[in-house]
Design a protein around this ligand. Structure first.
Ligand SMILES: [Zn+2]
Length: 144
């Protein structure tokens, strides 16, 4: 297995707040605008993988947000975590508590929060968040 190089200082130019969390809402907005202007087809945007749809239908957390594409259904969110000793396609995480558990581990993980429309298969990455990696105290991170 290819071990990921540990790059602690990823200087993302995205809207990165507090603890390694990246918000992808700007990209989302741009995509939706492109769709409404007719620059992107629905087929391009609404192509969620069958497995993602299955998970979304069975375990997705409901939201109050209406699907921006079909406007028929309310979106659900699902979380996946990628990292050491997890399947290459990531691991589906059902509860927030489980996400927090990863945050206490010494290894580094990345959590993805994805919104899915169960009607038209729209899907979009909302947030990525770095979890774990707390080998020592946060203060000594610079000496790694
Ligand atoms: Zn939809």
């Amino acid at each position: 297995m290819a071990r990921k190089t540990e790059s602690t200082d990823t200087d993302e130019s995205h809207a990165e707040n507090s603890v390694g969390e990246i918000d992808h809402r700007l990209t989302r907005r741009a995509l939706i605008n492109n769709f409404r202007r007719g620059e992107v087809s629905r087929d391009t945007l609404c192509d969620a993988h069958p497995e993602l749809l299955r998970v979304a239908r069975n375990f997705g957390r409901s939201t109050r947000v209406k699907c921006p594409i079909c406007v028929n259904d309310q979106l659900v969110t699902v979380s996946y975590v990628f990292g050491p000793r997890l399947p290459s396609h990531g691991r589906f995480i059902a509860t927030r508590a489980e996400v927090e558990e990863f945050d206490f581990r010494p290894e580094r993980f990345t959590a993805y929060l994805i919104e899915v429309c169960r009607s038209c298969s729209w899907h979009h990455l909302l947030k990525t968040r770095v979890l774990g990696g707390h080998r020592k105290s946060r203060k000594s991170a610079a000496s790694q």
